[in-house]
Design a protein around this ligand. Structure first.
Ligand code: UD1
Length: 420
C-alpha cells in the first residue's frame, strides 16, 4: 500500500533493456470518468490505471451518488442516481481534474456547486476560460466563499471562441453542451489526443460531436444517451518518459500500447540527437548509445508542439548531455522547480523566468531530492537512473498521481529502484 511518506530510491548506472506495456492515459481517463455523469445507464471503462488521481476522482463521483465497481482494471460505473449536486470540497482541492465534472454535472442536473480545484503547483492555473465559456452557454455563476455556484436551467447552444486552447476548458465545454438543442461550436480549442479520445467515448454513448483534433469542435445536441464500454488510449506521457529514460541510460526498449503519432514532437527531438526509433503497429522501439549531444532548443507548446508534461524529464536528459540546451516553458509560468533539485545532483542550469539554460555535465551525483509535482518527480527519478550512487526522491505520492507503480515499471527494464 503506497503512503504519503513514500520515497523512491534509485541507484544509478544501469542501462534499460526489454519491453513494457504502457498504462492507459491518466489525462484521457479523468475527463472520461467525469463524462460518465452524463449518462443514466451503466458504463464500463476498461483498463483504468491504478493511480492516486483516479482514486480521488472515484471518491468525488461516489460522493454524488455514482456507484463504481472495479474488477481488475475494468470499472463498472452507474450514474443513474445522482444524489447530490455539491462536490466534496476537500477532494476537489486535491484534484485539479475535479473541474471536469462541472460541464457534465450541469448538462445532467442543471446545477452544481464546486470549489476551486487544486492539483500540482505549476502555476496559477485559473479556470476563467471554463467559467466564461459556461456563461456563454447561459450558465449563471456566483462565486462566494471559495465556492462556485452554477445554475444551468437556461443553458443554450452557442458559438464560443476560446482565448487560449485550454485542454480542460475544451473538454468541459464539450461535455456541458451534449444535450443542448441545436449546434454548439467551440473555436480555437485544444487538439490534444486525449480530446479526440473524449469525443470518441462520448460518441460511443450516443453524443453527436465532431472535429476533435482540429481547432474547431461541433456538438449537436441529443436527447438521451445509452450504455457503452470504452477503452481509453495509452498514456503518451508515460511512453515519452520511458523513451527519455532509455535515452538517458542507454539500452534498447520496446513500448507497447503506444501510438507514435501522439509522440511525434518528442520522437523528432530524440532522433535528432542520435536515438534510433522504430515503429511497428502499436510498439515504439527506442535505443540509445552512451552520452547524447544536447538538443539545441526545447520550446514547450500546446499539442502538437513539445508537451509541457515532458519538459522536466527532458531537462534531466539535457543535464547529462554533451553541449548546451535552451529550454523555454511557454505553457505554465512556474514549472521549473525540479531545476533546483537537479542542481543539488550537480546539474549546471541557469534559470531566467520561463527560460532555462542547461549545460550538460559528464556526471550527476546521487542526492536526496524533493519531487515538487508529478512530472518533476518523474524527471528526478530519470536523473537518478544516470547519477553516481544513491538518489532518494521524496514525495513519491506526486509520482503515484500519474505513473502506475513507476518503480516496478523501471525495474522490469533493469533499473535499480525501490520504494522505501
Ligand atoms: C491539461 C493536462 C496537464 C497538461 C496541460 C497542458 C489533464 C488532466 N491535464 O491540464 O497534464 O500539463 O493540459 O498540456 O488533462 N488556463 C487559463 N485559464 C483557464 C484554463 C487554463 O489561463 O481557464 C491556462 C493555464 O493556467 C495554463 C494553460 O492555460 O497556463 C494551459 O492549461 P490547460 O490546457 O487548461 O491545462 P489543464 O487542462 O489544466
Amino acid at each position: 500500500m503506497n503512503t504519503y511518506n513514500d520515497k523512491l530510491m534509485v541507484v544509478g548506472g544501469n542501462e534499460l533493456n526489454g519491453e513494457a506495456t504502457i498504462q492507459t492515459s491518466k489525462n484521457a481517463v479523468l475527463p472520461i470518468l467525469a463524462g460518465c455523469v452524463l449518462c443514466d445507464k451503466p458504463i464500463v471503462i476498461k483498463n483504468v490505471p491504478n493511480l492516486l488521481d483516479v482514486h480521488n476522482m472515484f471518491n468525488i463521483l461516489k460522493g454524488i451518488g455514482v456507484s463504481i465497481d472495479c474488477v481488475d482494471k475494468d470499472c463498472y460505473i452507474d450514474a443513474s442516481n445522482i444524489t447530490s449536486t455539491t462536490l466534496n470540497q476537500e477532494l476537489c482541492k486535491a484534484l485539479r481534474s475535479s473541474i471536469f465534472l462541472l460541464g457534465p454535472m450541469l448538462a445532467r442536473t442543471r446545477q452544481a456547486v464546486i470549489s476551486y480545484p487544486g492539483g500540482c503547483d505549476i502555476g496559477n492555473r485559473p479556470i476563467d476560460l471554463h467559467l466564461s465559456g459556461l456563461e456563454k452557454l447561459g450558465v449563471k455563476i456566483i462565486k462566494r466563499h471559495s465556492l462556485i455556484y452554477c445554475d444551468a436551467r437556461n443553458m443554450h447552444s452557442a458559438t464560443i471562441q476560446l482565448d487560449f486552447p485550454s485542454v480542460g476548458a475544451t473538454e468541459n465545454l464539450m461535455m456541458a453542451s451534449v444535450f443542448l438543442k441545436g449546434t454548439t461550436r467551440l473555436i480555437n480549442v485544444a487538439k490534444e489526443p486525449e480530446i479526440v479520445d473524449l469525443q470518441n467515448f462520448l460518441n460511443s454513448m450516443g453524443c453527436n460531436i465532431s472535429g476533435a483534433g482540429s481547432a474547431e469542435i461541433t456538438i449537436t445536441g441529443v436527447d438521451k444517451l445509452h450504455s457503452t464500454q470504452y477503452m481509453p488510449i495509452g498514456d503518451r506521457i508515460v511512453a515519452g518518459t520511458l523513451m527519455i529514460a532509455t535515452a538517458i541510460t542507454g539500452g534498447k526498449v520496446a513500448l507497447k500500447n503506444t501510438d507514435f503519432k501522439n509522440n511525434q514532437s518528442l520522437i523528432a527531438k530524440l532522433s535528432s540527437v542520435g536515438c534510433q526509433i522504430d515503429i511497428k503497429s502499436d510498439i515504439i522501439y527506442i535505443s540509445s548509445k552512451g552520452r547524447l549531444p544536447s538538443v539545441d532548443l526545447i520550446d514547450t507548446q500546446v499539442y502538437p508542439g513539445f508537451p509541457t508534461d515532458m519538459q522536466a524529464q527532458m531537462m534531466s536528459l539535457q543535464a547529462v548531455s554533451d553541449g548546451v540546451s535552451i529550454m523555454c516553458e511557454n505553457v505554465f509560468e512556474n514549472r521549473y522547480k525540479h531545476a533546483k533539485e537537479l542542481i543539488k545532483m550537480g546539474a549546471n542550469i541557469i534559470l531566467r523566468d520561463r527560460v532555462a539554460v542547461v549545460k550538460g555535465v559528464k556526471e550527476l551525483t546521487g542526492a536526496p531530492v524533493d519531487a515538487t509535482d508529478l512530472r518533476a518527480g518523474a524527471g528526478l527519478v530519470l536523473a537518478g537512473l544516470k547519477a553516481n550512487g544513491y538518489t532518494t526522491v521524496n514525495n513519491a505520492y506526486y509520482i503515484d498521481r500519474g505513473y502506475e507503480q513507476f518503480e516496478n515499471l523501471l525495474s522490469s527494464l533493469g533499473a535499480n529502484i525501490k520504494r522505501i
